[in-house]
Ligand binder design. Structure first.
Ligand code: HEC
Ligand code: HEC
Length: 366
């Protein structure tokens, strides 16, 4: 109501009522609070615990060192419904810790039951990705945060309303000041805190990691070991050419964008332009970010549009060389899989599940 057109007497009257109710009303329209300028977190940076087996150190940007206070604040904000219209949903509504930070839906449900066209990726290990979203339109975790907050089919709340709500809560203001020093809650600080929390959501030490990097030759079944070979063999699955396995760790992604033929209709037309909407390069039409495959057995359905329900569907999809379209990545047409290979691949993909949730990742005690 504070943002109604001036000159409307009802709006002005409501403004006056609001102003007398809360002495912080003046701040509600302060444009500096919706600035994304980086603030300097207070105190010494947190030494992130050494990453689980099979993962490298988490990259941290120089202008947002991870501190215990920013992580704790980010965790609270991640579960705070005030970040949405009518306090109805939080980040965790679609990235649910009990569902490995996904929602198990093909298309997520936003405020008021609105649905989008893309599948919510897990946030486990998103900290390693060089860009965020299926089309990579956010260059960092920080720059990703504001997207769903304001998106009309997600949290659907203007940033000025979000910062005003948080600034009006003295406890939250104090937590921001403990994390960033004196001053108002700003969009930039919200982004920094949530991003720092997300940098703690790492998940490794799966049976595959114990086999590949931990020297435990018994950690994988014979079928999963055969599946790993199929996964890496350029003449069979050729999966590892995009879902990378390095000598000392495995992210299962190249961080790049490929058209593997998902989301092509019967006429051969793309339903979603993917990376093209960012780059306007023809070659990027229908290309999406290679997702990590860690915990993949726990996070169905699959692909950017959630169109494949099971790992068997995915493997059968690859065996059939995807849907043909002008930009189909040549690596997909070259895949050759026998019936046995397909079964073994599924056993391998199932070995990428990590046992435990990252520590301190669930809803915080209030
Ligand atoms: C209504 C459901 C919904 C809500 C609420 C939501 N997200 Fe998402 N999230 C999605 C969907 C769907 C995508 C994929 C969208 C795309 O790629 O265009 C996504 C993508 C992401 C990604 C990119 C992951 C990757 O691998 O590329 C991150 C990070 C993320 N969300 C964090 C958040 C944070 C932080 C919040 C709260 C501020 C949030 N999300 C709120 C549904 C949601
Ligand atoms: C040319 C690069 C490339 C190759 C080769 C490749 N993938 Fe993928 N993979 C991708 C991309 C890109 C996506 C997302 C595509 C989309 O959503 O449109 C994906 C998605 C997936 C998914 C779904 C993950 C999720 O969370 O939704 C699985 C599972 C998968 N790939 C497994 C495999 C297996 C198994 C192979 C080998 C048989 C393979 N991939 C070969 C690039 C590749």
């Amino acid at each position: 109501m504070l943002f109604g057109k001036r000159g409307n007497s009802v709006t002005i009257a409501m403004f006056l009522i609001a102003a007398t109710v809360s002495c912080t009303s003046e701040k509600k329209v302060d444009p500096s609070t919706i600035s994304t300028k980086r603030a300097k977190p207070l105190g010494p940076a947190l030494q992130l615990p050494s990453p689980p087996l099979g993962l490298p150190a988490v990259p941290v940007p120089a202008d947002n060192p991870v501190t215990p206070e920013t992580v704790a604040l980010g965790r609270k904000l991640f579960y705070d419904k005030r970040l949405s219209l009518n306090d109805s949903i939080s980040c965790s509504s679609c990235h649910n810790p009990n569902l490995h930070f996904t929602d198990r839906l093909a298309h997520s449900i936003g405020v008021g039951g609105k649905t989008g066209v893309r599948n919510a990726p897990t946030l486990l290990n998103a900290a390693y990705d060089p860009s965020q979203f299926w089309d990579g339109r956010a260059p960092s975790l920080e720059e990703q945060v504001g997207g769903p907050m304001a998106n009309s089919i997600e949290m659907n709340q203007p940033h000025e309303v979000t910062v005003a709500k948080l600034n009006a809560d003295p406890k939250v203001r104090r937590e921001f000041q403990e994390a960033f020093g004196p001053g108002d809650v700003t969009l930039g600080k919200i982004e920094q805190a949530i991003a720092s929390f997300e940098r703690t959501l790492v998940s490794g030490d799966s049976p595959f990691d114990q086999y590949e990097y931990g020297g435990n030759r018994k950690a994988l079944s014979p079928a999963a070991i055969r599946g790993l070979k199929v996964f890496e063999d350029p003449k069979k699955g050729n999966c590892a050419s995009c879902h990378l396995i390095d000598a000392h760790y495995a992210l299962f992604t190249d961080g790049l964008f490929h058209n593997i033929g998902v989301g092509v209709d019967d006429q051969g037309n793309l339903r979603d332009m993917g990376r093209y909407s960012e780059t306007k390069r023809n070659a990027d039409k229908g290309a999406f970010k290679t997702p990590s495959l860690r915990n993949v057995a726990l996070t169905p359905p699959y692909m950017h549009d959630g169109s494949l329900k099971t790992l068997k569907d995915v493997v059968d999809y690859y065996a059939g060389h995807g849907n043909s379209n002008p930009n189909l990545d040549p690596a997909i047409s070259a895949i050759t899989l026998s019936g046995q290979d397909r079964q073994d691949l599924i056993a391998f993909l199932e070995s990428l599940s990590s046992p435990a949730a990252p520590p301190n990742s669930g809803p915080p005690a209030t």
